[in-house]
Design a protein around this ligand. Structure first.
Ligand SMILES: Nc1ncnc2c1ncn2[C@@H]1O[C@H](COP(=O)(O)OP(=O)(O)OP(=O)(O)O)[C@@H](O)[C@H]1O
Ligand SMILES: Nc1nc2c(ncn2[C@@H]2O[C@H](COP(=O)(O)O)[C@@H](O)[C@H]2O)c(=O)[nH]1
Length: 392
């Protein structure tokens, strides 16, 4: 809580509330959501600075500085804000690159009495849902994920978790995990940098928002290898993932795999096996998971996993995905009609496609903050007399 710098209640009354007008650098927009006013902006003219959020709570007559999750959008030349249904605010950034121009700000559940908001970048098209893979230690999650990433390198990307456990001999920092100290990870958790975290077999593990964003930005489908507690947290978040639980054929087989892997001490193996019983029970009964696969025969289980991911019989693709951006007209006005956001070019040039007006269809947005908001559909039009149908 505190004072919001360089803005007072009178400024809010001056009238750019819920407006679509473009704000230049150094200005702020205010958007009313229920009894709160979200003030988005930046105090200086530095193009490298990012957008900040302050909230004016009208019922309490107080300014609140919220905890902000996710990567913040960069300012560039200016921006417009549009209130969508619910409490999602769309931010359209002028002068940015095509992959960085549409952002969303959402209110999250309050944490320990503090307002929490989260940013997510808008992504065009129907990017596939992230995949959460859970199961007891030693069941073969890592093995299956490696097979998938090896066969479909341009389709899947692994979310690199943070952990306080010591690296195994073959493990590389930043590839298998971000190995970190507990005090640092605890601070980062407190600062809202993690989508989920859990204490697993005596160590802290967690998925940072940045890890998931990095995979989405590479145009790949994100795979998370996390325990059941983590899966439960992700289920409660807005990630909108597919949840798959891998179960062992038997406890005896699980024990044998853990021992044969030879990466844990006897004491650690015992601890992991004790935890496995509860995890298997939860995996099968908690309702968190969309699918349960038994990893008895590895090849068979892998084929079943591919089937669930819609890859049955599909040939591996060797082409790098090129995430499609959005070319906004440089000078534009923004308005909203139902589920369509009209970004009208103020200085159209016939024959110059990059200067055309744009319609964003927001009827099938998926996922949300923190992370990435998927499902934006775009139509580029020559003039606004053109039909708004045919959005793709
Ligand atoms: N179907 C299978 N049959 C026999 N061995 C298997 C099978 N699947 C995986 N394994 C072996 O079991 C061991 C454990 O597999 P893996 O490391 O992939 O498990 P995990 O679920 O990722 O474990 P953790 O959660 O501890 O990271 C490995 O040595 C792997 O080669
Ligand atoms: N909740 C989370 N669990 C995670 C994460 N990364 C890994 N894990 C789980 O931890 C155990 C043990 O892993 P190991 O590498 O020490 O064998 C396993 O079940 C993983 O799924 C995470 O980010 N969050």
């Amino acid at each position: 809580m505190g004072e919001a710098p360089a803005l007072c209640v009178e400024d809010l009354q001056e009238g750019f509330s819920n407006g679509f007008g473009l704000r230049s650098k150094g200005f702020k927009t205010s958007t009313d959501v229920g009894d709160k006013t979200f003030v988005i902006g930046c105090n200086n003219n530095d193009s490298a600075s990012s957008l900040e959020v302050h909230i004016y709570d009208k019922s309490r007559g107080k300014w609140v500085i919220p905890t902000v999750l996710g990567t913040k959008p960069k300012l560039y030349e200016g921006y417009s804000t549009v209130l969508l249904n619910g409490d999602r605010i769309m931010i359209i950034i002028k002068g940015s690159t095509p992959d960085d121009c549409i952002w969303f700000l959402e209110q999250q559940k309050e944490a320990s009495g503090t307002e929490v908001v989260a940013w997510s970048k808008g992504m065009r098209g129907d990017a596939e849902k992230p995949v959460v893979i859970s199961g007891p230690s030693g069941v073969g999650k890592g093995t299956l994920i490696n097979m998938l990433v090896k066969e479909f390198p341009y389709m899947f990307g692994f979310s690199v978790s943070h952990t306080t456990r010591a690296p195994r001999s073959m493990e590389k920092n930043g590839v298998h995990y971000h190995f970190t100290e507990r005090s640092i990870m605890e601070k980062d958790i407190k600062d809202g940098k993690f989508l989920e975290f859990a204490s697993v077999h005596g160590n802290l593990y967690g998925t940072s928002i940045e890890a998931v964003e990095a995979v989405a930005d590479s145009g790949k489908r994100c795979i998370l290898d996390i325990d059941v507690q983590g899966a439960k947290s992700v289920r409660a978040s807005s990630l909108d993932a597919l949840f798959i639980f891998i179960s062992p054929p038997s406890m005896r087989e699980l024990e044998e795999r853990l021992r044969l892997r030879g990466t844990e001490t006897e004491e650690q193996v015992q601890k992991r096996l004790r935890n496995a019983e509860a995890e298997i029970e939860q995996g099968k009964t908690s309702g968190i998971f969309d699918h349960i696969l038994c990893n008895d025969n590895l090849e068979k289980c892998y084929e079943n996993l591919k089937k669930l991911l819609g890859l049955e019989g599909s040939a591996p693709t060797n082409t790098k995905p090129s995430p499609k951006g959005i070319d906004l007209p440089p000078n534009h006005l923004v308005s909203k009609i139902d589920n369509k956001i009209l970004i009208k070019n103020e200085t159209p040039e016939p024959g110059n496609a990059s200067k055309n007006s744009v319609v964003l269809d927001i009827s099938s947005l998926k996922g949300g903050a923190p992370g990435r908001t998927r499902g934006l559909k775009i139509n580029v039009i020559d003039s606004f007399s053109e039909s708004l149908n045919g959005i793709h």
